[in-house]
Design a protein around this ligand. Structure first.
Ligand SMILES: Cc1ncc(COP(=O)(O)O)c(C=O)c1O
Ligand SMILES: N[C@@H](CCOP(=O)(O)O)C(=O)O
Length: 467
């Protein structure tokens, strides 16, 4: 299956090459040229199947048969054997028609494990098959970094460098990145915000000499393979609640727009869906964009949901590509505006297409804490702040349309953000046993200024590829 760039100026590549490449050479994001789709009777036939079975159908279709089922099937089983729940991503009912999709049962306690555990295995297989090495560079606001480090640590073919914003991740998140004792793992605290980390990553990828020399690869959701793996849980949740015979809506806590885009992909693949609710914190660029059509960067405010302290939502580009009728020149024009004036305006017709499938709302700090407290009092369930933002948006959605069930995505375990959870509930959420010694382990990291030359020199010095 061929993949094309949203900017239209990069070579078309297979799934495996898109995965190993991460970001297209023209700065765009890869998407399949033709998205596969399932009919209703096929989806209905998956009722009662396991997470792993449904993953094989969905990932198998999205990889276009490039990885034979007898290799992909065991990889999927191994990936999800690392999860602490048999259902992998179980559904919990919170209220009438309000459900929570728990995505945090993987090794690092956030939804990133769902994709990263599979991506690590897929990449390792592809690199070994090709006799190649890769230098992975990732940007994180806290969760992607630890999930990637966990998935790639110790792999012979790979060195991994993770840029995280200095002093802007929770202590648990930081320690999950800095206490891993593996020679191929390199956490870097960048003096800046998550957006600075992501801009740095894109700048490194756009330096084609460096990219080729070090065989750079990315594991953020700019990598299409991440989206592929995240599409699966929309199917499993929808099917558990009666899809394809009834539509289900989803409320998705959103920063880089990868998770909610995976929902849109599931919808385009034939999963009947009500609405996709984009739930942001006060860093609300997406909420403002859906309301006004103007995508306008503003400074990032640190919040108690730090993983969503993001302004540049990279995957929004994939949605723009679709709603502009896959016109890469339109995407290039918008991205040029963004680079030059930190903003762009979406025309009426594409904006109407976005609004036809998505709603958006911003949830304030006090609303987030009040939601954690209220859910705890009403149900005894302890939400993390990111999941609370989704639940808050889901409750508003249910007020507008009580008939359609809403699944709120629970993207992190409360123990990753103990302070805010304790403030709201009085309960100190305990880390699961496998992380009990996190605070006793020695930290290893480096602090670098937000300067491309310095970061580049550091990576060159420590990467093994290209030697
Ligand atoms: C816990 C958590 N929730 C939500 C998000 C937002 O997801 P996305 O960036 O895919 O929109 C993130 C970061 O990506 C996260 O770490
Ligand atoms: N919230 C993320 C930010 C990066 O998102 P990604 O899904 O594009 O990897 C994080 O926790 O790092």
């Amino acid at each position: 299956m061929l993949h094309i760039s949203t900017r239209g100026e990069a070579p078309e590549v297979s799934f495996t090459e898109a995965m190993l490449t991460g970001l297209a050479r023209d700065g765009g994001l890869y998407v399949p040229r033709d998205l596969p789709a399932f009919d209703a009777s096929t989806i209905a036939g998956w009722a009662g199947q396991t997470y792993e079975d449904i993953a094989l159908h969905v990932v198998g279709a999205l990889t276009g048969g490039e990885i034979p089922d007898d290799i992909l099937g065991p990889m999927i089983r191994d990936a999800y054997a690392t999860f602490r729940h048999d259902a992998v991503c179980p559904l919990v009912q919170l209220d009438d028609n309000l459900f929570l999709l728990e995505l945090f049962h993987g090794p690092t306690l956030a939804f990133k494990d769902v994709a990263m555990q599979l991506l690590g295995r897929l990449m390792d297989h592809a690199l070994k098959q090709r006799g190649r090495r890769a230098t992975i560079v990732g940007a994180t606001s806290g969760d992607t970094g630890s999930a990637a480090i966990e998935a790639f640590r110790g792999l012979e073919q790979v060195d991994i460098f993770i840029l995280y914003p200095l002093n802007r991740v929770s202590e648990v998140q930081r320690r999950q990145m800095t206490t891993i004792d593996a020679p191929n793992v390199h956490p870097i605290a960048l003096e800046g915000t998550f957006d600075d980390c992501q801009n740095m990553l894109k700048a490194l990828f756009n330096d084609h000499a460096l990219r080729d020399e070090l065989a750079l690869s990315g594991v953020n959701s700019i990598n299409w393979a991440r989206i592929v793996a995240q599409t699966v849980y929309y199917f499993t949740a929808g099917i558990s609640l009666g899809s394809p015979h009834r539509p289900v809506s989803f409320a998705v806590p959103t920063g880089n727009f990868g998770d909610v885009l995976a929902g849109d992909v599931a919808r385009h693949m034939g999963l009947p869906m009500g609405r996709l609710h984009v739930a942001t914190n006060i860093n609300d660029i997406l909420t403002r964009t859906l309301a006004t059509g103007r995508y306008e960067l503003r400074p990032v405010t640190p919040t108690s949901a730090p993983s969503m302290d993001i302004q540049i939502s990279s995957n929004f580009e994939r949605l723009l590509f679709d709603v502009y009728g896959r016109d890469a020149s339109a995407v290039r024009r918008l991205m040029d505006h963004l680079r030059q004036s930190h903003a762009f305006t979406i025309e009426e017709e594409p904006l109407a297409r976005i609004r036809a499938g998505f709603d958006a709302s911003a949830v304030s700090q006090s609303e987030t804490e009040a939601e954690i407290a209220a859910t705890w009092r009403a149900t005894g369930y302890v939400l993390d702040p990111h999941s609370a933002i989704a639940v808050h948006a889901a409750r508003s959605a249910l007020k507008r349309d009580p008939a359609v069930p809403v699944v709120a995505l629970a993207t992190a375990h409360p123990a990753k953000f103990p302070q805010v959870v304790e403030r709201a509930t009085g309960i100190h959420p305990a880390l699961p046993a496998h992380l009990a010694h996190l605070f006793d382990r020695e930290e290893r990291t480096v602090i670098l200024p937000n300067q491309q030359a310095t970061v580049e020199a550091y990576i060159r010095k420590h990467a093994r590829a290209g030697r």
